[in-house]
Design a protein around this ligand. Structure first.
Ligand code: HAM
Length: 440
């Protein structure tokens, strides 16, 4: 009898008890950010109809074309091990009629994904992803919030040296024309491109911008940039997203070559990378963007959406090798849940600038571990006050145009109706004192 090989399949790995210290730490950071921002957890089967990815992720992508574990079941169905979650989350939203719920629907997940990739540092054939998806909202504030949450997870884990790379890749109105001019630029330099990019030139010239081959780097340095060719709608959206990032003081850089290797993206795309000092990098730790067209590609209604996913193993590897794991701050899940339910403060905003500033304030409250509720997707003050009333908030912090311009906030006591103004940099402290006083 031949001896059994004691080894995992190539590109696959065990998560050993010692690794779980890191695994759980990442998961807790994700969970706490998700909870704070009002995301609900979802899990879906590991197996799906292969078509979900062929259509959703895109038939011409590396993932679907080269990396998917696809097979036929005994019943004759063509299925695939999920290589990513995003099209599956949209499938689930459509299947369960989640458009009937109050919009947007905010979901988070964590579980294994499978890609038959060439194994290398930080690249596995089975790996764990976590992610946040917001479905049913087109506003730029959602893109800002998703990026802020991604950064929040990294901060929670003690990462210091990270950058957010952002770009906009337009939509069906402006991208076709950009593809045309990009193709003609690369065509005239075809021989200077690597063989893969010569092939991409026919199928998807945008992916050439993403190529890491030195040869192609030189050619793309002179290539036209999509930001200069966005339609008015995409241009405005991107400008709004950047204004949010500025307001939130997030360390981002514009990367005109960032296109991401999945077909469903529209407008904003971004990645979170670790700036490694020793040159050893795990690659991208998190990546995401807006995907307003995905629902229709899957045959559904119009569902604008935006999200991000991160690689558990890649993040764990950095935590391990760089020793940046922070000392544990014990806080039971139950206590956290209780806190969220107990949110006594509601943050209401009016107008674009106030919305941007209130997102920053929201993050400051999160860092101070003070639960507050918000309704960023609602624009009318009346609707927001109604939400505040419904959830039994004791105080509402009102952030309007005037407040945003002059850096103060109006505090309204919901029981007495009394209002007072507080300087913006004193709000967190003052609310902490108020909460302490009602505890006594
Ligand atoms: P992605 O960039 O393909 O995007 O993957 C997201 C993250 O998963 C990567 O940044 C990386 O950390 C991790 N990852 C990907 N492939 C591997 C691998 N072979 N081994 C280890 N880690 C890996 C997506 O999957 C999109 N669904 C993200 C998204 C969500 N866009 C909108 N919503």
């Amino acid at each position: 009898m031949s001896k059994l090989k004691y080894q995992t399949l190539t590109g696959m790995h065990d998560i050993l008890p010692d690794d779980f210290i890191y695994f759980n730490r990442v998961l807790r950071a994700v969970e706490s950010v998700a909870r704070y921002y009002g995301f609900s957890r979802i899990e879906t089967p590991v197996l799906e109809f292969a078509e979900v990815f062929a259509k959703g992720t895109g038939a011409g992508t590396d993932i679907v074309e080269k990396e998917m574990y696809t097979f036929r079941t005994k019943g004759g169905d063509l299925v695939a091990l999920r290589p990513e979650y995003t099209p599956v989350i949209m499938r689930s939203y459509l299947e369960h009629g989640m458009h009937n719920l109050p919009q947007p629907v905010k979901l988070w997940y964590q579980g294994p994904c499978f890609r038959h990739e060439r194994p290398q540092a930080g690249r596995y054939r089975q790996f764990n992803q976590f992610g946040f998806e917001v479905l049913g909202e087109q506003k730029a504030s959602v893109d800002g919030q998703i990026i802020q949450m991604s950064y929040g997870v990294m901060k929670e884990l003690g990462f210091k040296n990270i950058t957010i790379e952002v770009n906009s890749i337009g939509d069906s109105e402006c991208r076709p024309y950009f593809k045309k001019i990009l193709t003609s630029y690369f065509k005239s330099r075809r021989s200077a491109l690597c063989p893969d990019c010569q092939r991409r030139l026919k199928e998807n010239p945008l992916r050439i911008l993403d190529c890491k081959e030195e040869k192609c780097q030189r050619v793309k340095a002179g290539a036209p940039q999509i930001i200069d060719h966005l339609c008015e709608n995409c241009h405005k959206h991107f400008k709004n997203v950047l204004e949010f990032l500025d307001e939130l003081e997030l360390p981002y850089s514009l990367n005109p070559y960032l296109v991401r290797g999945l077909d469903y993206y529209t407008k904003t795309v971004f990645e979170i990378v670790e700036n490694s000092e020793d040159g050893k990098t795990q690659g991208t730790l998190m990546g995401g963007g807006r995907y307003d067209g995905l629902s229709k590609i899957l045959g559904g209604r119009d569902v604008p959406a935006c999200g991000v996913a991160g690689g558990m193993e890649r993040i764990m590897n950095v935590l391990k090798t760089k020793g940046i794991l922070r000392a544990e701050k014990p806080e039971s899940k139950k206590a956290q849940e209780q806190k969220q339910e107990d949110a006594k403060i509601f943050l209401a905003q009016l107008g674009e600038m106030a919305k941007r500033k209130s997102m920053k304030l929201f993050e400051e409250f999160r860092a101070a571990k003070i639960p507050i509720a918000e309704s960023f997707s609602k624009d009318s003050l009346k609707a927001q006050l109604r939400s505040a009333d419904k959830m039994g908030a004791k105080w509402v912090l009102i952030f309007g145009q005037k407040e945003a311009l002059e850096d103060f906030i109006t505090l309204r006591d919901m029981e007495t109706g009394a209002q007072k103004e507080i300087k913006l940099d004193k709000v967190v402290e003052e609310m902490r004192e108020k909460l302490n006083s009602i505890k006594k």
